[in-house]
Write a protein that binds this ligand. Structure first.
Ligand SMILES: Nc1ncnc2c1ncn2[C@@H]1O[C@H](COP(=O)(O)OP(=O)(O)OP(=O)(O)O)[C@@H](O)[C@H]1O
Ligand SMILES: [Mg+2]
Length: 385
């Protein structure tokens, strides 16, 4: 099974970066890019400053903020722009290092031919590791070595090969929390985080909302072979009021639907299928709880977009696992933290393989006293939630 998903392997794409205040247009993307808000313009300045170097870049930001676009732009502005840009998604349960580093013929069952890994495919160019927080631990160790030695050893080979690749990684999870939770190596984090670029959430840069919406309308109207499509004043204020948990991608989807439903080329409020979100509700919560809700909105939007078949179960498993680890495997504390009985917790932990199943575990039986923390789980659950 293919463990890495190659999202794109491209050389140079043919259209222009749009910036009304900036005559230096650049080719990065198949559609015009918008960086109008002061916060975005600051990001753009930073990006232009660091792009020409060979430094490893770690791009962070919520789902749909434009991390991949930023990665492509870094590549485009570098000396490597004529060489490949290889984008690889690290989100996989069955990731094997042979795909990243290559393998020799016969090195394992099924290795019927020698295969070049993505590092070598990106030789001279840029390797974009998307969702790097999802990299399995054993691959993290090897990646660290490659970053230190600048050479790879394909699976089954005794010979190291030098690679000249700039690494750009992206994450929509907080890697520092992942380090604390024992899911990400701190030494790798420092190697990746040489230059940190944070792509702000769309709600933090309201100056981008209308220019982006207008560009998306133009793009979709052209695609649908329609005439000019415009936004009414009410529609604009609705867009500005929304908190955009799915960020630019959500705005893009909303504009696509609006183009399809609007009458006479005018997008009204009714053409905008927006959910009621934090920004429209009265300000009764503290800022921090609102921020947590918004982050959760972003994570959930991302999960729903991925279309898992067992979403509820996966989220439920992840909550139990994370809480258990957070409480250093103390069952009583975990049960209190989650507001569930210890018996319910024990039955869930047994199902997840953290503790041995007991015949008598029943959610309804009385809570026994707490015992010492149990041993490590026999299986890992809850990927990347
Ligand atoms: N500044 C921008 N101008 C125009 N389009 C943009 C901009 N930023 C993002 N987009 C569009 O929004 C969508 C999401 O962008 P992208 O895939 O780069 O986000 P991402 O942060 O990598 O998302 P994810 O976390 O889900 O991987 C894409 O279709 C992209 O073209
Ligand atoms: Mg992405």
């Amino acid at each position: 099974m293919l463990s890495f998903v190659v999202k794109n392997m491209s050389m140079r794409s043919p259209t222009a970066l749009r910036s009304d205040h900036d005559p230096a247009a650049l080719t990065v993307h198949a559609k015009p890019l918008v960086f109008e808000d002061p916060l975005s313009r600051q990001l753009l300045r930073e990006l232009r400053r660091i792009a020409p170097s060979n430094a490893t870049v770690l791009i962070s930001g919520e789902t749909g903020t434009g991390k991949e676009i930023v990665a492509r732009y870094v590549h485009e502005l570098s000396q490597r722009s004529e060489r490949p840009f290889v984008a690889v998604s690290c989100f996989s349960e069955t990731l094997i290092d042979s795909e990243l580093f290559g393998h020799e013929k016969g090195s394992f069952t099924g290795a019927t031919s020698t295969r070049m890994g993505w590092f070598e495919a990106a030789q001279g160019g840029t390797l974009f590791l998307d969702e790097v927080g999802d990299l399995p631990m054993q691959v993290q160790v090897k990646l660290l070595r490659v970053l230190q030695e600048r050479e790879i050893v394909p699976v089954g080979s005794r010979h190291a090969r030098r690679v000249d690749v700039r690494l750009v990684a992206a994450t929509n999870v907080n890697l520092e929390s992942a380090i604390r939770a024992g899911r990400f190596r701190e030494d790798l984090y420092f190697r990746l985080n040489v230059v940190a670029l944070r792509v702000p959430a769309l709600r933090e840069r309201p100056g981008d909302i209308v220019p982006l919406a207008t560009d998306f309308l133009r793009m979709f109207a052209e695609r649908e072979r329609m005439g000019e499509v415009t936004l009414t004043a009410e529609a604009i204020s609705r867009l500005l009021d929304h908190s955009w948990p799915g960020n630019v991608r959500e705005l893009e989807n909303v504009m696509h639907r609006a183009v399809l439903t609007c009458q006479d080329g005018r997008v009204e409020v009714g053409d905008l299928p927006l959910s009621v979100t934090a920004r429209e509700t009265p300000e009764v919560e503290s800022t921090s709880s609102t921020m947590i809700e918004r982050s959760l909105d972003g994570v959930l939007a991302e999960i729903f977009e991925r279309g898992w078949t067992d979403t509820y179960q996966q989220i439920d498993n992840a909550v139990i696992s994370h809480a258990y680890r957070f409480c250093h495997r103390n069952q009583l504390q975990t049960a209190r933290l989650l507001g569930i009985s210890r018996n319910v917790l024990r039955s869930r932990l047994a199902k997840l393989g953290y503790i041995a199943a007991r015949r008598s575990i029943s959610p309804d039986s009385p809570d026994p006293e707490d015992t010492e923390p149990e041993s490590a789980p026999s299986q890992v659950v809850g990927s990347g939630v």
